[in-house]
Design a protein. Sequence first.
Length: 95
Amino acid sequence: MRARTVLLTGAVGYLVGTRRGRELLGKAKTAAQDAWAKPGVRSGATKAADFARHRIPAGGFVADAVHRAAAKADASTASPQAASSTEPTATPHAS
């Protein structure tokens, strides 16, 4: 456990502390944004949220968290006006 902590701390230090590490983080961020913009990924996220909402006990909380995360991701790539219109509303879910 201690070795993992040291390794993880070193990796984070490298990524944040070096120019090459920051370049790698920038590439990872761009790749994640590109992946999230794909319709198949968006469809999968919606299906997962719907499944969680309807099939998992307390799934409404999980699905709402997924929707909030999706809205936050949209806000980082969309205009401010569009981001505010995608914010989900909390609704009670019947079990």
